[in-house]
Design a binder for this molecule. Structure first.
Ligand code: PEP
Ligand code: MN
Length: 337
C-alpha cells in the first residue's frame, strides 16, 4: 500500500500518518520525490485500514500496490533512480556507455581496450574475471588476477570497472576492488548472491535471466533492494526464444515495460543479445531510440583471437564510429552521451 501526501502537508500530519501505518504492523518507507511525498508500507499491509488512512489530514490518496515488487515499483518512488557511473548519471537525461572485452585476458589487452574506449567516450570499463562458461573446458577467466588487471586499467585511465561476481565467497574482494558489481544472466536468481550484493554499497548491474519474465527480473532487483542497496541498474541482454539466427532475442519492449512499472534505470547489452558483431551498431541505436539509459558493449582489440565471445565483439575503431552515431541518436530523443 502507498499513501500519497497532499502538496504542502504539515510535518505533524506526516508523522501521524506514519504512526497510523506503523500501528498496523508495517515498516514505512518515505520517498520524497520532486513533486510528491509517498509513504510505502513494507511488510504485510493487510491490516492497514485504507479508508481510515484516506481520512487523515494531509493525505491525498491511498493506493493498494498489487505487484509483488515494492521497492523497485514506480508507485513507491515516482522519480527515476539515478546512479552515477564514471561521472555519468545513468537514469537521467545522460546515457552511459559501458564498454570492454568479454574477458580480461592480459594486461596489454585490457589496458589497450580501456584506453581506446575511454578516448571514444565510454564512461566505464567492463571485463570478466570470473566467467560463467557453458563448458567447464572453456576459458574460465583470470579470476583474482583479472581483478588486479582491471584495477591497473582503472589506475591508468581513471575509468570505473564493471565485472561479474559468480560466488558469494568473493563478496569482500568485489566490495573492495570493483566499482559496479555485475550479476550475470545465469545468476539472476541466485538469491544468496543477490542478498550479499544487496548488503554492499556498490551499484549492481543486474542482467535479465536467460528465460526470465520481467516480473521475475524485478523480483531479483527487489532481493537486492530489500537488503538496503537501492543502486540497481537493470540490463536487458536478450532472452531465449525459438529463434536460432541470433544468440538470443533482444527484447526492446522490455525497456518500455520496465520503465513504466519501475523507477530503476535500464541498460541494454546488444552484444550478448545478438551474438554477432555486425548487429551491434543497429541494435544499439534501436535501444537508445526505445529509451535505454545506457549500453553495455563488448569491445576487443583482436576479436578473432578473443578467448571468449569474439564473434560478438567489435573493434575499438568500430566502437569509435558507433559512438558518433549513438550521439546523434541520443540527440534525436532529447538525451546526451
Ligand atoms: C558477460 O557480460 O560477459 C556475460 C557473461 O553476460 P550474460 O550474463 O548476459 O550472459
Ligand atoms: Mn561475453
Amino acid at each position: 500500500m502507498v499513501v500519497i501526501m497532499k502538496n504542502g502537508f504539515a510535518k505533524e500530519q506526516l508523522q501521524a500518518v506514519i504512526a497510523e501505518m506503523e500501528s498496523g504492523g508495517v515498516k514505512v518507507m518515505v520517498s520524497e520525490g520532486s513533486e510528491t511525498t509517498i509513504l510505502g508500507a513494507e511488510g504485510n499491509a493487510n491490516r492497514l485500514n485504507k479508508e481510515k488512512l484516506e481520512l487523515l489530514p494531509g493525505v491525498e490518496k491511498v493506493m493498494v500496490v498489487t505487484e509483488p515488487w515494492k521497492k523497485a515499483n514506480r508507485k513507491y518512488h515516482p522519480d527515476n533512480t539515478v546512479i552515477e557511473v564514471g561521472g555519468v548519471k545513468i537514469g537521467s537525461n545522460q546515457i552511459g556507455i559501458i564498454a570492454g572485452p568479454c574477458s580480461v585476458e592480459s594486461e596489454e589487452q585490457i589496458v589497450e581496450v580501456a584506453k581506446a574506449v575511454k578516448a571514444s567516450g565510454a564512461c566505464a570499463l567492463r571485463g570478466g574475471a570470473f566467467k560463467p562458461r557453458t563448458s567447464p573446458y572453456s576459458f574460465q577467466g583470470l579470476a583474482q588476477e583479472g581483478i588486479r588487471l582491471l584495477q591497473e586499467a582503472k589506475r591508468l585511465t581513471g575509468m570505473p570497472i564493471v565485472t561479474e561476481i559468480m560466488s558469494t565467497d568473493n563478496i569482500h574482494l568485489f566490495e573492495e576492488c570493483v566499482d559496479v558489481i555485475q550479476i550475470g544472466a545465469r545468476n539472476m536468481q541466485n538469491f544468496d548472491l543477490l542478498k550479499q550484493v544487496g548488503r554492499t554499497k556498490k551499484p549492481v548491474l543486474l542482467k535479465r535471466g536467460l528465460s526470465s519474465t520481467i516480473e521475475e527480473w524485478l523480483m531479483s532487483a527487489e532481493y537486492i533492494m530489500a537488503e538496503g542497496n537501492s543502486q540497481v541498474i537493470l540490463c536487458e541482454r536478450g532472452i531465449r526464444t525459438f529463434e536460432t539466427f541470433t544468440r538470443n532475442t533482444l527484447d526492446l519492449s522490455a525497456i518500455l515495460a520496465v520503465k513504466a512499472v519501475s523507477h530503476l534505470p535500464v541498460v541494454v547489452d546488444p552484444s550478448h543479445a545478438c551474438g554477432k558483431a555486425w548487429m551491434v551498431e543497429r541494435m544499439s541505436m534501436a535501444a537508445i531510440a526505445a529509451g535505454a539509459d545506457g549500453l553495455l558493449i563488448e569491445v576487443h582489440n583482436d576479436p578473432t583471437h578473443a578467448l571468449c565471445d569474439g564473434a560478438q565483439s567489435i573493434t575499438p575503431a568500430e566502437f569509435d564510429a558507433l559512438m558518433g552515431k549513438l550521439r546523434t541518436m541520443a540527440q534525436c530523443v532529447g538525451r546526451s552521451i
